[in-house]
Design a protein around this ligand. Structure first.
Ligand code: NAD
Ligand code: GLY
Length: 368
């Protein structure tokens, strides 16, 4: 088992990473204050992993709330279902909520923990690659609004994160690829040597090699923990973690939540950010293509939806959380391994990026 720490003073917490940790819930004992535990999961994950987790929590009074599966359910109605379950089971203020699932469950359970009786203890047990490398760490919680992704929520840090890499064995390959989009993100924004490592290990990762997965998760969590430790509330560097997300959130909102997976939308959004960085003269076409090629090898889409016009993108991007005083800030690459957040770009360059021919740019023959 590997253990990292997210350094946030007295709110610091561990991230335990290893194969088979789901059966070692005693690791969580120091982070469960009272006797009551509520496991929040969904109808896909609960049949696979809920019993094993509940057994290893036999020292506690455990209830579960099983939600419908899908990004389309990350909303007020489902949140209310969580509160219904917690109140029906008479959970008190010393209760601990455990999220058992991917980013959708983690974001909703975390928001419920932030709100229930004005805040109860919270533990993340992420079961998708995306949630293991990104969403379970850092305390962003929330739900979607029909007008915008993740527009309602709270910063609420977990007490601990428990990552069992064996849970990835049951994950559909499309979901594994979606998680790889966020892994590749770390290489692009702050760790060029990690990008090289990913180029060398992409086949092993897609083949579920546990050592390679553990290494990729550890390195991703290290990067995320460092950024969150430096800028918990996203007043600066944390925004760089959103490379590709402004374009990607526009795709998710436009297509309808769940049609494109979050990681898929981020992958295509990352290609658009690479393209814009190139058009600004910050990276070369070869460097852009390096990123595109790796995303393609991860099995990810790299071309925006056919039915999205530049005007559609601009409409959705105007509601992004990085908009300040009407100016849209974008995460772009000064070079591979160095991201910046900026609103200092000519409008025409953004317009040209939105109108670019991504089929031509990303065709296998075009990408070196
Ligand atoms: P998800 O939670 O929808 O999970 C993907 C699918 O895999 C679901 O159908 C789920 O039931 C299933 N699943 C999960 N674990 C499984 C397993 N081990 N075996 C089989 N099936 C399994 O999607 P996701 O990609 O994990 O998360 C995406 C969400 O995370 C989005 O809502 C996004 O906005 C959010 N997110 C949040 C943050 C953050 O910092 N809070 C960061 C990135 C993404
Ligand atoms: N996923 C972006 C963040 O946590 O800040």
């Amino acid at each position: 088992m590997q253990t990292l720490t997210v350094e946030l003073g007295e709110r610091s917490y561990p991230i335990h990473i290893g194969e088979g940790l789901l059966g070692q819930a005693e690791l969580l004992a120091p982070y469960i204050g009272g006797r009551q535990v509520a496991v929040i999961s969904n109808a896909t994950i609960a049949p696979l992993y809920l019993e094993r987790l509940t057994q290893s929590l036999s020292a506690y009074s455990v209830v579960s709330v099983v939600l419908p599966d899908g990004e389309a359910y990350k909303n007020w109605e489902t949140l209310q279902t969580i509160f219904d379950g917690l109140l029906s089971a008479r959970l008190d203020r010393r209760a601990t909520l455990i999220a058992l699932g991917g980013g959708v469950i983690g974001d909703m359970a975390g928001f419920a923990a932030a709100c229930y009786q004005r805040g109860v203890d919270f533990i993340q047990i992420p079961t998708t690659l995306l949630s293991q490398v990104d969403s379970s760490v850092g305390g962003k919680t929330g739900i979607n609004h029909p007008l915008g992704k993740n527009m309602v929520g709270a910063f609420y840090q977990p007490n601990a994160v428990l990552i069992d890499t064996a849970t990835l064995k049951s994950l559909p390959p499309r979901e594994l690829s979606a998680g790889l989009a966020e892994v590749i993100k770390y290489g692009l924004i702050c760790d060029e040597p990690f990008l090289t490592w990913l180029e060398e290990h992409m086949d092993a990762l897609r083949g579920l090699d546990q050592a390679a997965l553990t290494q990729a998760i550890k390195r991703s969590c290290e990067a995320k923990a460092a950024v969150v430790g430096a800028d918990e509330r996203e007043t600066g560097v944390r925004a760089t973690l959103n490379l590709g997300h402004t374009f990607g959130h526009a795709i998710e909102t436009h297509m309808g939540y769940g049609v494109w997976l979050h990681g898929e939308a981020v992958a295509t959004g990352t290609v658009m950010a690479l393209e814009m960085s190139m058009r600004l003269g910050w990276i070369t076409a070869r460097q852009r293509d390096r990123g595109v090629r790796l995303l393609q090898r991860a099995g990810l889409p790299v071309v925006p939806p056919d039915n999205m016009t530049p005007a559609d993108f601009l409409e959705h991007m105007a509601i992004d959380k990085k908009v300040i005083d009407g100016r849209l800030r974008l995460v772009l690459l000064r070079q591979i391994g160095e991201a910046v957040v900026t609103d200092q770009y000519p409008k025409e360059v953004l317009q040209a990026t939105l109108a670019a021919d991504y089929r031509a740019i990303t065709a296998p023959a075009a990408v070196a």
